[in-house]
Design a protein around this ligand. Structure first.
Ligand SMILES: Nc1ncnc2c1ncn2[C@@H]1O[C@H](COP(=O)(O)OP(=O)(O)O)[C@@H](O)[C@H]1O
Ligand SMILES: [Mg+2]
Length: 383
């Protein structure tokens, strides 16, 4: 029955079906969402004119995106503010109807079969709770159990697991309105998964939380994914979440997909820049005054001029006697840079830093806002 349903929904949506019988649990095809925003005129007269003659501007929040997600994946869905993450999540959860494009989640078209869809997904929006303010946590859980008709034994089993992993035993009899943000988020996560949905959407679940709570939440997501093969789509600003949880990343920028692939692949593709941190002997360099002055930087640069100019390196002052040199590892090896630096400068200490996810992603956001083409056709050359 369920299979027939999922097959027909899949066919009805005109999407390709896999021959081996393994469907992606989520298929998104040429999805677009255009919002119409009212453009307000200025001042009182403007407001009056607005009343009778509204002007609109179109915002393509999601612009022709396609991807599939397999059962059991944990996918990080990231992008700068306004990239279109929440819009995508709202469409996938059935809250919003897209302008065009196709979506099938576990055999259902979310906005068309919203009621049935709600039973097969879990949703957490970091900014607001889905629980009832006046109920104690356990009462809210019991209510959800009734709504989703979770059998008592199953409910017990999952509750025990969640209480342990999230460390919420002491909160069960507390009224939801009295919980702190972190406590509430843990309870929200538990609530969203009590009915054991095959897919869960988490939109900024760690926003505003302290490190300890974030770590709990990560552990919880990992546990549920491992135990139940739950598919997780996670949006977050904290790339530590992504680093810890998501082998696969989809990077969104102004409604379009900039990157869809493994975290390792991203590091490899964009992580060409290495930084060498150098602690210098300022006195030996003849730098007497303020080491942050442009003159001090110039003095250091003079010693490395050839290296910097031949390989387009970037020299920066990092505070005190510390300077950094960033270079492209496909142009010159770290050992060559080290050798040249040691020969040219009085060095106390050196540290070579690999680029991390945070840096790479930030650089991608920055570069994409200047020139989208650079990212859309990433440089694949590598040595
Ligand atoms: N209800 C709405 N009406 C009009 N524009 C919206 C609405 N919701 C979001 N937008 C716009 O769509 C774009 C994407 O927003 P959103 O999906 O919330 O991005 P993100 O979650 O990545 O920060 C933004 O430019 C935002 O201003
Ligand atoms: Mg958002």
């Amino acid at each position: 029955m369920a299979l027939t349903m999922s097959l027909s929904a899949h066919h009805a949506a005109g999407l390709p079906t896999a021959s081996d019988g393994e469907f992606p649990i989520i298929t998104v095809s040429h999805l677009t969402k255009v919002y119409r925003q009212v453009v307000r005129r200025e001042g009182f007269t403007g407001a009056l004119i607005d009343l009778f003659n509204r002007r609109y501007r179109e915002v393509r929040a999601v612009d022709d995106i396609s991807f599939t997600i397999a059962r059991g994946e944990i996918v990080g869905y990231i992008g700068a503010n306004g990239a279109g993450k929440s819009t995508t999540i709202k469409i996938l959860t059935g809250i919003l109807v897209p302008t065009s494009g196709k979506v099938v989640v576990n055999g259902l078209v979310p906005w068309r079969e919203r009621f049935r869809h709600t039973r097969q997904i879990g949703v957490v929006f970091g900014q607001r709770t889905q629980l009832w303010w006046d109920l104690a946590v356990i009462e809210a859980f019991r209510l959800l159990k009734e709504i989703y008709r979770v059998p008592e034994r199953e409910f017990r089993r999952r509750l025990d697991l969640f209480v342990e992993v999230l460390d919420i035993a002491d909160l069960l009899h507390t009224q939801v309105r009295k919980l702190s943000l972190g406590q509430r988020m843990k309870c929200d996560l538990a609530a969203s998964l009590l009915h054991n949905p095959p897919v869960v959407f988490l939109d900024e679940p760690t926003i505003g939380l302290d490190v300890a709570v974030k770590q709990r939440i990560r552990k919880f997501i990992r546990t549920v994914n491992a135990e139940e093969k739950t598919t997780v789509i996670l949006t977050t600003h904290d790339l530590k979440d992504i680093e810890a949880l998501c082998p696969r990343l989809i990077i969104l920028d102004r409604g379009r997909i900039l990157y869809d692939g493994s975290q390792a692949g991203l590091l490899e593709r964009f992580g060409r820049y290495r930084r060498l941190f150098m602690e210098l002997d300022l006195r030996a360099l003849g730098i007497e005054g303020d080491p942050t002055s442009p003159e001090a930087l110039d003095r250091v640069r003079k010693h490395l001029r050839e290296l910097i100019e031949s390989y387009q390196m970037r020299l920066r002052h990092r505070g005190g006697p510390i300077f950094s040199l960033s270079f492209d590892r496909t142009q010159i090896s770290a050992s060559e840079v080290l050798e040249a630096v040691l020969k040219s400068l009085p060095v106390h200490d050196l540290e070579l830093r690999e680029p991390d996810l945070e840096q790479i992603v930030r650089a991608i956001y920055e570069r994409s806002s200047q020139d989208q083409q650079v990212i859309a056709t990433p440089n694949r050359t590598r040595t």
